[in-house]
Design a binder for this molecule. Structure first.
Ligand code: SF4
Ligand code: SF4
Length: 306
């Protein structure tokens, strides 16, 4: 994708800002709580300059430019989540979602998961994982950007096991002991969860020499986003008449997706693991890849294995 003119960039950035403000406004009107309006308004305002900057870069500079944008986005998401833990006692993590569901509360964690893991992925796939997750952003800074490929067997079941362990832990606390985190507890859960995810994420990345190992083998949030992402409207599409088959795209895909094989089969990239980072689009020398709109009712996982 070539660099856009300043005018087009400003139009796109304004559209993104308006969309985020609108989500906040809608959530405010539906729930009566002011927090979503403040959060999405803040996010829209922070994102707009980053989008303007990123879209002005030529394709070959976007892999590095993306880091600056994801850093600003992820920091905005993290500070908003921290504010929610402090002021609303809401833990925007999987454990917080389970606390709210079991307590019958429609709080920030439920809203976050509805938007980031269900409604959002039906439209934009796992865009959140590629651009806004504070764990994923940090892992992208580690040295193992070129993955050796996906592990199978037991490793595939780990995210589900992590999710089951979280459900059992929180259900025991809520249903067995009537425990619901108060102000100090919510902050401790949030910061403790972040510390645990970072420790696990860095440990797995160093062990498996793969920055996104945590996303592939451990994250319960990514697992929850997969079903909706399977049917997302926005996906990467390849043009088989332009593809040279040299696999530059596959080399830079952090999620081990065999993009060329989708293109050869005249399919869009149907993998529920695509995080729409757009690395593949930006390195393709023949301009064979682009974002596209469409609807598929099926899916097929074509992953590069070790
Ligand atoms: S899979 Fe989990 S850790 Fe990785 S980017 Fe997505 S939500 Fe973040
Ligand atoms: S297929 Fe492309 S957009 Fe999707 S994760 Fe891989 S490199 Fe990123």
């Amino acid at each position: 994708m070539p660099a856009l003119s300043l005018r087009k960039r400003i139009v796109v950035a304004c559209a993104v800002a308006v969309a985020l403000w609108s989500v906040g406004f809608l959530a405010w009107r539906l729930t009566g709580a002011l927090a979503p309006l403040v959060f999405f308004g803040y996010l829209g305002t922070v994102v707009a300059p980053g989008v303007t900057y990123y879209l002005g870069l030529p394709a070959h500079k976007r892999l590095k430019g993306r880091r600056a944008l994801t850093l600003s986005l992820a920091l905005a998401m993290f500070s908003a989540a921290l504010a929610r833990a402090v002021f609303q006692q809401s833990i925007v993590q999987v454990e917080g979602l389970i606390f709210e569901v079991l307590s019958g509360v429609f709080g920030a964690a439920v809203l976050h998961f509805l938007i980031a893991k269900l409604i959002g992925p039906l439209i934009f796939g796992r865009l959140y994982c590629g651009w806004a997750c504070w764990t994923g952003m940090f892992l992208d800074l580690l040295p193992y950007r070129l993955s050796k490929g996906r592990l199978g067997g037991f490793w595939r079941r780990l995210p589900a096991m992590h999710l089951a362990a979280s459900v059992i832990l929180v259900a025991t606390l809520v249903l067995g002991f009537g425990y619901v985190p108060g102000p100090a507890g919510a902050l401790a859960w949030f910061l403790g969860g972040c510390a645990l995810y970072y420790a696990l994420g860095v440990g797995l990345a160093l062990w498996l020499k793969d920055n996104r190992a945590f996303c592939k083998y451990a994250c319960p949030a990514g697992l929850l986003a997969r079903p909706a992402a399977r049917y997302s409207l926005v996906k990467v599409a390849g043009d088989p008449t332009k593809c040279n088959g040299h696999a530059e795209c596959i080399a830079v895909c952090p999620m081990d997706i065999r993009i060329i094989d989708y293109t050869r089969l005249h399919l869009r990239v149907l993998s529920a693991d695509c995080i729409l980072c757009q690395n593949c689009i930006n390195v393709c020398p023949d301009g064979a890849l682009s974002l596209s709109l469409g609807l598929e009712t099926h899916g097929i996982e074509l992953l590069r294995t070790r």
